[in-house]
Ligand binder design. Structure first.
Ligand code: ZN
Length: 415
């Protein structure tokens, strides 16, 4: 006998082999031992539904989607950059902002100086917001610590968040995010430090399952990234890359060479880069929040990604400098309005394709038998409404591992 059966809903399964929502009307979903054991049209059930499950839940008027997967965030940081945002709008140049201690290094300073508890408490607010917005799986990167001690502190905070909240967290080590000022003009030395001092500790304490880097003229070269990827692979970690956000550095091809799960941003990726992704079964992770916030005009090549059948994921990129948001439904709307992604692509981008970007698509990201019971009930008639309403539809109920985990968003947060 099943543990629970929700019935009478519209269900967007986002099944792996479907191309669209995988939509079912007058549908039901049953779970047992925190796994999905049946999903389909209610009329397919031969017996009286009362005899099938211990608990029946009437979900008429609801649309059920997989729990949302946010596959690219920098959620653990201290402070915020609202002041810098305002300075820019008052006409300050990047130079002036940098002179006043702004930019990514201001977040690095705040994160280094914050105590473990301060960092945990500030980050927990954002995690609660993500959960309240329907996210049941999230990736969180380090990269605002840079020193071994501060990177470890960030990832220890991630670990504690994973223990305390009803959400699956995929932790990523991103020490090659920015060059610390003490290593100015010595980027190779910093990469050595990361590989020899920080990474071994991360591995020993199992603080990350994936290694990421920022490959860009203002960050690290493909050669420097490769050094880190070689080390990561040696320890059996997965890799992924911030690639082609501001220019084409051919980081995507490098990521493909090392079997990366995903290349992320990709506004300036070339067709050769996309072909390399296709050959290596990679996912493209697109980040409309950063595109919007930076008033970027060079769009990621959606048509080319479609032509090469690259799975496209969408994420919040939640970070204090370029994408201070915790709403994946808003990101879906932006991807559709700014880049003309279809609503079906947008929902698959935050479910099955986002799970694939994390290497979790066998167990998460769609409503199919044997997958974990992670799903969201929304009080809407059709999944189009999720994307159409500009980031304003809130979950009615969130099921994580078979249990209801509704958490109300806290007001007065710092993003
Ligand atoms: Zn990022």
């Amino acid at each position: 006998m099943w543990d629970k059966l929700w019935y009478g809903a519209t269900i967007a399964t986002c099944a792996a082999n479907a191309k669209d929502y995988g939509l079912l009307k007058n549908a039901g979903i049953a779970i047992k031992d925190n796994k999905i054991v049946w999903v389909g049209n209610i009329n397919e059930l031969s017996s009286d539904i009362h005899s099938l499950a211990h608990e029946l839940i009437n979900a008429e008027g609801m649309t059920i989607t997989p729990g949302l997967v946010d596959c690219h965030t920098h959620l653990v940081y201290a402070g915020n950059r609202a002041n810098e945002f305002a300075m820019r709008l008052h006409g300050a140049t990047y130079q002036q902002i940098a002179e006043q201690g702004g930019g990514i290094l201001s977040t690095v300073n705040a994160t280094q100086q914050a105590s473990f508890d301060e960092l945990y408490n500030q980050s927990a607010v954002r995690l609660q917001q993500l959960i309240a917005n329907g996210v049941t799986t999230v990736e969180i990167k380090s990269g605002y610590g840079l020193t071994a001690a501060a990177e470890i502190k960030q990832l220890e905070v991630v670990k504690k968040l994973a223990q305390n909240y009803p959400i699956t967290i995929s932790p990523t080590f991103l020490a090659a995010h920015a060059l610390p000022p003490e290593y100015k003009n010595r980027a190779d030395d910093y990469i050595n430090y990361v590989c020899e001092e920080t990474l071994p500790h991360i591995i020993k304490n199992k603080l990350a399952d994936t290694v990421d880097a920022f490959c860009e003229k203002i960050a690290f070269t493909p050669t420097q990234v490769e050094r880190i990827f070689i080390e990561a692979k040696k320890y059996g970690l997965a890799v992924k890359l911030h690639a082609e956000q501001l220019s084409d550095s051919e980081g995507t091809q490098l990521a493909a060479k090392y079997g990366a799960l995903s290349a992320d941003h990709l506004e300036f990726v070339s067709e050769a880069g996309i072909a390399a992704m296709a050959k290596n079964n990679m996912t493209a992770v697109l980040l409309p929040g950063a595109f919007y916030f930076l008033r970027e005009t060079h769009q990621p090549p959606i048509e080319l990604l479609r032509k090469y059948h690259i799975p496209i994921a969408i994420a919040t990129d939640c970070n204090p400098g370029t994408s201070p948001t915790t709403s994946l439904t808003l990101m879906m709307n932006m991807a559709s309005v700014l880049w003309r992604m279809t609503p079906e692509e947008a929902l698959r981008g935050v479910t099955i394709n986002a799970a694939k970007a994390l290497g979790l698509n066998k167990t998460h990201g769609s409503l199919e038998v044997n997958k974990v019971a992670d799903f969201v009930l929304w009080k809407i008639n059709h999944p189009d409404e999720l994307i159409y309403n500009i980031g304003s539809v809130q979950p009615e109920c969130i099921i994580k591992n078979g249990k209801c985990s509704r958490i109300k968003a806290k007001k007065g947060n710092d993003i």
